[in-house]
Design a protein around this ligand. Structure first.
Ligand code: DAH
Length: 344
């Protein structure tokens, strides 16, 4: 009988000490399995007097039963401990501030360009692009700027060879569109793109900047159509209370030509440093397409007419967002770029 007790105490101690469910399982296999010490007690039964056998058998079963209960209890205890340890190791402090993940955002020039494109698409225009490298013919000749014309001095150009150059204005795309469309009407396009000039960079000049050209040709397209369109543009870009005015001007490819001012969105036209006290800010050049331009593209200026305008994207962006130096657009300082995240 003392053997029982010995075995019981030994198993009890070992089960108690088991550190994990694997150890415990090994103990279960050992003590309750067929080759274990409890089972081998049974072998002694045959040497016992007959009357002691039932009691002996009962004791063996009781011991098995007790050990089995102990192991089950210990298993639950270990499972609980293991679960607690897992919870502990996977604990997340949800009160910690999150790690900020810096994502990019659209460049302010892209923002303004997209806004303008959306506005004109809404008015039924097509967006057409053209090559940055063009030739003398499309940049100047077809824009009614002949070789000896003083207007050529207006823009110092970056020539690649005698004939080819980086376009100095998106008007070059306008000439290409006109030629390709002839004789079909109407034409309603905006042409955004980079333009290049031989200029020294400063706060208001850049050797490379962006323009958007607008062109509408059809029957009886008048200056008042242009005015309505540009007023719509001014209100969309600078607020519903904006007004525009036309000032007579000169461009070789338009006749008449105008310079377009918008009432100052900073002071509401009262006069401030942004509008240099005048209440008005110049935003773009425009006019009725010159008959020569129509003729060169293959249209008859007696049966159709059109308007065109050219707007500087940087200029609009600088006015809209209060940017005081055009070079900010190109120096890739992220402190500048990130400012525009909220406008996306
Ligand atoms: N091409 C002119 C420039 O670069 C802008 C311009 C003015 C375009 C009047 C036009 C226009 O289409 O009608 O300064």
């Amino acid at each position: 009988m003392s053997k029982f007790e010995e075995l019981h105490q030994e198993a009890l101690a070992k089960i108690h000490e088991a550190q994990n469910s694997k150890d415990l399982n090994d103990l279960r296999v050992y003590y309750l399995g067929k080759k274990g010490p409890v089972q081998s007690l049974m072998k002694n039964m045959k040497d016992l007097p007959k009357e002691e056998k039932p009691l002996f058998g009962k004791k063996v079963n009781e011991l098995k039963q007790k050990l089995s209960v102990l192991i089950d209890e210990k298993r639950e205890e270990l499972a609980e401990q293991e679960m607690q340890a897992k919870i502990e190791s996977e604990k997340i402090d949800i009160t910690l501030p999150g790690r900020s993940c810096k994502t990019g955002n659209l460049h302010p020039l892209t923002l303004v360009n997209q806004e303008l494109e959306d506005l004109f698409i809404g008015l039924g225009y097509q967006v057409i692009e053209g090559p940055d490298i063009t030739d003398d013919e499309y940049c100047f000749e077809r824009a009614n700027i002949p070789k000896d014309h003083p207007a050529r001095a207006m823009q110092d150009s970056l020539y690649i060879d005698e004939n080819r150059l980086l376009r100095t204005h998106t008007t070059a795309i306008q000439m290409d569109v006109l030629e390709k469309s002839a004789p079909n009407l109407p034409i309603k396009v905006v042409c955004p793109g980079k333009v290049y000039r031989r200029d020294d960079d400063d706060a208001t000049h850049s050797h490379q900047f962006m323009q958007m050209e607008g062109l509408v040709v059809g029957q009886n397209v008048t200056l008042s159509d242009l005015k309505g369109t540009l007023e719509f543009l001014a209100k969309k870009m600078f607020g519903q209370s904006r007004q525009i005015r036309f000032r007579p001007s000169y461009f070789p490819f338009t006749e008449p030509s105008v310079e377009v001012d918008v009432s100052c969105h900073i002071c509401d036209g009262k006069g401030c440093p942004t509008c240099k006290g005048t209440g008005w800010i110049e935003i773009l050049g425009a006019g009725e397409v010159h008959p020569n331009v129509l003729k060169m593209a293959g249209y008859d200026p007696d049966t159709c007419s059109g308007f065109a305008f050219g707007v500087g994207i940087e200029r609009i962006a600088m006015l809209k967002y209060g940017i005081d130096d055009i070079r900010h657009f190109y120096t890739n300082d992220q402190r500048f770029s990130w400012t525009f995240k909220r406008f996306e």
